[in-house]
Design a protein around this ligand. Structure first.
Ligand SMILES: Nc1ncnc2c1ncn2[C@@H]1O[C@H](COP(=O)(O)OP(=O)(O)OP(=O)(O)O)[C@@H](O)[C@H]1O
Ligand SMILES: [Mg+2]
Length: 264
């Protein structure tokens, strides 16, 4: 029996117009993502990582090509038709300062996804119970739900963002540079938290990062983007130990701690 991919991405293109110029941010990308897979997306700044995952979360529309989520195309759908995706996929972004509304309490921020139209059936009591549950899961004190984001440290704010993403019990978690803005000491803790949660709930993870060391730690497959194109895609250890593409080799060679592991 072969499992059905949770995402099927076919010939995906995203063009941006900048004045009279066209930027090909995502250039004919093809790949499948299997349920439970932890996929790292790496590549230098501007290689199209965020553009790709934003389209996967239906936050932006492809110029051409197709994205199927759980067997159904999400391209060109209305909001009403995207209920499955909105319930099943949640994102965590790099900077919790801009992704968390400073005027909302932490409790309101975390339960916001559950107040959206796609979750009509959820009562206040359900939401309050879920709030306590997810705050505990990410290592926050549920008593702090009435406080505001600025009263927390950077690492705690990212825990708030993770709690909000988990609240609707998603099947896919997309983290776009979710630990990149954190201090090194805090980064490891938040990274371990993401790893633990993904394992515990059997989540499918899309983990965008320019940090190859971090990706090796959490992902079982890696996709390397360069100028919007996939130049390499394979199991993590294979890509790190025996990279096939010269650009991947160059990327890996620029990480001091990995250099000794990479074949010349
Ligand atoms: N809204 C936009 N309008 C115009 N061009 C854009 C827009 N968003 C991204 N781009 C361009 O598309 C390309 C890919 O950008 P993207 O943000 O996806 O890269 P990235 O790999 O996420 O980079 P980073 O590591 O810096 O986050 C870049 O050339 C960028 O300038
Ligand atoms: Mg980005």
């Amino acid at each position: 029996m072969t499992a059905t991919p949770i995402y099927e991405i076919r010939d995906l293109v995203k063009l941006y117009r900048r004045g009279s110029q066209e930027v090909v941010a995502v250039d004919h990308v093809d790949f499948d993502l299997m349920p439970g897979e932890r996929l790292g997306i790496v590549g230098e700044s501007g290689s199209g990582k965020s553009t790709l995952v934003r389209m996967m979360a239906a936050l932006s529309r492809p110029t051409s090509g197709d994205i199927a989520f759980e067997g159904t195309s999400i391209v060109g759908r209305t909001d009403d038709e995207l209920t499955g995706l909105r319930r099943g996929v949640q994102m965590v972004f790099q900077d919790p300062r801009s992704s968390l509304d400073p005027r909302m309490t932490v409790g309101d921020i975390i339960t916001e996804p559950l107040r959206s139209r796609v979750w009509k059936g959820i009562t206040r009591t359900d939401r309050a119970a879920r709030l306590v549950e997810v705050m505990t899961q990410v290592g926050l004190d549920p008593q702090d739900a009435s406080r505001y984001p600025h009263q927390f440290s950077g690492g705690q704010r990212q825990r708030i963002a993770i709690a909000r993403a988990l609240a609707p019990k998603p099947r896919v978690l997309i983290a776009d540079e979710a630990v990149s803005a954190l201090d090194v000491s805090v980064r490891a803790q938040v990274l371990n938290l993401i790893g633990d949660l993904v394992a515990e709930y059997g989540l499918t993870l899309v983990f965008v990062s320019h940090d190859l060391t971090v990706v090796r730690h959490v992902c079982d497959a890696v996709l390397v983007l360069r100028s919007g194109r996939v130049v390499e895609h394979g199991p993590t250890e294979q890509v790190y130990v025996d990279p096939q593409n010269p650009y991947t080799r160059q990327l890996l060679a620029s990480v001091p701690r990995l250099r000794r592991d990479v074949n010349p």
